[in-house]
Design a binder for this molecule. Structure first.
Ligand code: Q9C
Ligand code: ZN
Length: 342
């Protein structure tokens, strides 16, 4: 299977994540990509290619222009304001405020464009996000032109990023950008299957009222798990999109048998939709050893996951989302791709 990877994804090297009330080194690190890449090479899974630059047009097909401008200028403006640390949100247009104004100051804009506080913005964040979506676009373009599967080693991840909000380690929604690219290339129906431990709230929001992009997600129950405010089973889409969002929240600790039975349901829904392309938001944070998640996949279970997905017999693009057990994520990702290859 062809992999797409860009060295520029390592340009984001943030020092701080707000975790359990403490500023820690971010779980979402450049080391993740290095370890996956090393294991891909060791496993001889196939050629690894660099993407070309697709520019901002495919980003602006998904994200708000003001949001993109904010991401591009945030770090510089934060520094110009004389702040000591990395750019982090500490005030929101919360439920009890109006919330429709975009304030002038960078601290106010951060709250407007952030959906969570753990993710800091710093030097290189925008450039890494640009490289990450280029990886996604190159991967999906390869699948579109050849019909063959591909893997986009995206980083930073994307599925929490909404049309005008970042958070959960995500800035540009790589899967949404790739799916829209496929639509613009003439594919009529695109399915996104999100297997990351966390609900892909951003992808859901972006396509919530659309019937041309099916969003199906299996994830930790948001009643007790990040992102808390989206991913409930009664969220099914709206307007023309009603029925084209499908959520399978599962309790923390869910065993692999139950998870795979849920995947069967998700796959039946995808089959009924009859897509022309499948985008898999591949989070391997469903691994038992993941430091911030609570499902129980063992490394060999990822082979099974790949084998099952191959049964859909669709042109498929895998895009990297989460997965933080850095010593194991290479094995887990390669196992999915090997299982898929058969
Ligand atoms: N402090 C992705 O997997 N925080 N994002 C969870 C741990 C945010 C995960 C609680 C988790 C975001 C792409
Ligand atoms: Zn995740």
């Amino acid at each position: 299977m062809l992999t797409f990877h860009s060295d520029k994804t390592s340009l984001r090297q943030a020092n701080t994540e707000l975790h359990d009330g403490v500023l820690v080194t971010p779980f979402e690190s450049p080391e993740r990509v290095a370890l996956i890449l090393a294991h891909l090479k060791r496993s001889q899974l196939g050629e690894i290619r660099a993407p070309h630059a697709y520019g901002l047009a495919p980003v602006l097909a998904i994200h708000d222009k003001g949001y993109v401008d904010f991401l591009e200028s945030c770090w510089q403006r934060w520094q110009a304001a004389g702040h000591a640390g990395e750019a982090m949100v500490n005030i929101w247009p919360a439920r009890t405020m109006c919330g429709d104004r975009i304030p002038e100051a960078i601290s106010g804009q951060l709250g407007y464009y952030a959906l969570a506080a753990e993710t800091s913005i710093t030097q290189g964040t925008f450039d890494a996000a640009m490289a990450s979506k280029d990886v996604a676009l190159a991967a999906v373009s390869h699948t579109l032109s050849s019909g063959k599967p591909s893997f986009g080693l995206c980083r930073p991840p994307g599925h929490h990023a909404a049309s005008d909000q970042f958070g959960g380690y995500c800035f540009f929604n790589n899967a949404a950008i790739a799916a829209q690219h496929a639509r613009d290339a003439g594919k009529t129906r695109v399915a996104i299957l999100d297997v990351d431990f966390h609900h892909g709230n951003g992808t859901q929001q972006i396509f919530y009222d659309r019937e041309d992009v099916l969003f199906v997600s299996i994830h930790g129950d948001p009643a007790v798990t990040f992102p808390y405010y989206a991913g409930y089973a009664d969220e099914i889409g709206s307007g023309a999109g009603e029925g084209f969002t499908v959520n399978y929240p599962l309790p923390p600790g869910t065993d692999v048998t139950t998870w795979l039975a849920t995947l069967d349901q998700a796959m039946a829904r995808i089959q009924a939709f009859d897509p022309e392309l499948l985008v898999v938001s591949l989070g391997v944070d469903i691994f038992e050893g993941d430091p911030i998640s609570a499902f129980t996949f063992k490394s060999e279970d990822f082979v099974t996951l790949g084998e099952r997905l191959a049964q859909l017999k669709q042109p498929t693009t895998f895009l990297m989302e989460g997965g933080y057990a850095v010593e194991d994520i290479g094995v887990n990702v390669v196992n999915v791709l090997r299982g898929f290859n058969g």
